[in-house]
Design a protein around this ligand. Structure first.
Ligand code: MRU
Length: 339
């Protein structure tokens, strides 16, 4: 496979490396990854994360294993293990399906080119979403975003953050409210890091401040990413997205979801059918990172920790995809079933 470079994943001289997102922003450590066990552990720990990127990571690893000489049968087994690493982001399943289809139709040695194409395609998809989305954002906008949807979550510039970067490139003034995104703090740790690298004016807020900012007229638009969009336009994203959509609706603030077609699941009729990942109680009882682990809850406190929630289509102003911006009317007419 040829050398490939993104902000948080790279394939260099026959070896795959992942930037350990669990340790950001204070430590930038690249971890080698040469087995399914290692990739699955990194996906589960969110050392590599974001719907598009986990699909790309799993594909690069499979291609690497093919180059190491694994048989087609062994590759099929590893592909199924990788597919099951996280259940909500359909990009992972889509990438594995594309790799398996290539394996069946051409053979193991074609997997490298397929993984390269998936990587390069994701970079292009990010550019297209960014171009469509940036047209919607007016000069001087205050944008609120949740979780991390940037170059740490994709092979390219990102989904919602890709749009934000394009707005800046167009020379418009902007300011971003960064939701810290409990429990794993993707906003406070990762989006704040990306905003600084992009030199974009931003302010970090606790998730529960968004309603007050909207009531004060300080949010012009909400941009979020997605892990799976159902055929009726309902979509799953990082937990807390749904409450943002409710308060945006209440305050008449436009609320857009930004995602590539690889996030759309036409087989999934509506949000109720999206599988939601449940995660460890420890993530809510405390926090961990490069600084170690802190627990503040009493031992054995019962915890409910779904990683994602579902926002119903009726709360979405528009779906910014790589093929254009879709209105609620277009979505209701079933456009996502035939992308
Ligand atoms: O649990 P994570 O950090 O992988 O969740 C990520 C998100 O929810 C993102 O918003 C989503 O994957 C879209 S990123 C382009």
């Amino acid at each position: 496979m040829k050398d490939l470079f993104a902000t948080s994943i790279k394939y260099q001289q026959g070896a795959l490396y992942v930037l350990d997102q669990h340790q950001l922003p204070h430590q930038e450590q690249w971890l080698p990854c040469d087995s399914s066990d290692a990739m699955i552990a990194m996906i589960k720990k969110l050392q590599i994360r974001g719907a598009p990127l986990i699909g790309i990571g799993a594909s690069l690893l499979l291609a690497h294993l093919a180059e190491q000489g694994l048989t087609a049968d062994e590759l099929r087994t590893q592909a199924e293990r990788l597919r099951a690493a996280r259940p909500t982001a359909v990009n992972l399943m889509n990438c594995i399906d594309r790799m398996l289809a290539t394996l069946e139709s051409v053979g193991p040695l074609a997997l490298s080119r397929c993984a390269e194409q998936l990587f390069e395609e994701d970079v292009e998809l990010c550019k297209r979403m960014a171009a469509f989305g940036a047209e919607l954002i007016t000069d001087g906008a205050n944008i609120l975003t949740h979780c991390n949807t940037g170059s740490l979550a994709t092979a390219g510039a990102g989904t919602a953050i890709g749009v934000i970067g394009a707005v800046k490139q167009q020379g418009k003034q902007l300011h971003v409210w960064v939701d810290e995104t409990r429990p794993l703090l993707q906003g406070g740790r990762l989006t704040a890091w990306e905003m600084a690298r992009l030199n974009i004016p931003h302010t970090l807020i606790c998730d529960n401040m968004a309603a007050t900012l909207m009531a004060q007229g300080k949010v012009d638009v909400v941009l979020v990413g997605s892990d799976r969009i159902a055929a009726n336009g309902d979509f799953a994203n990082k937990v807390g997205t749904y409450s943002l959509a409710v308060i945006a609706h209440h305050h008449n603030v436009p609320f857009y979801v930004v995602a590539p077609y690889t996030t759309v699941d036409p087989e999934c009729p509506d949000g109720k059918a999206i599988p939601i990942e449940q995660r460890s109680p420890a993530e809510v009882q405390g926090v961990s990172g490069s600084f170690g682990e802190i627990n503040w809850a009493p031992d054995n406190t019962p915890v409910y920790n779904p990683a994602f929630d579902v926002t119903p289509a009726e709360l979405v102003s528009g779906w910014i995809l790589d093929t254009g911006v879709y209105t609620p009317e277009q979505i209701a007419a079933g456009v996502l079933k035939n992308l």
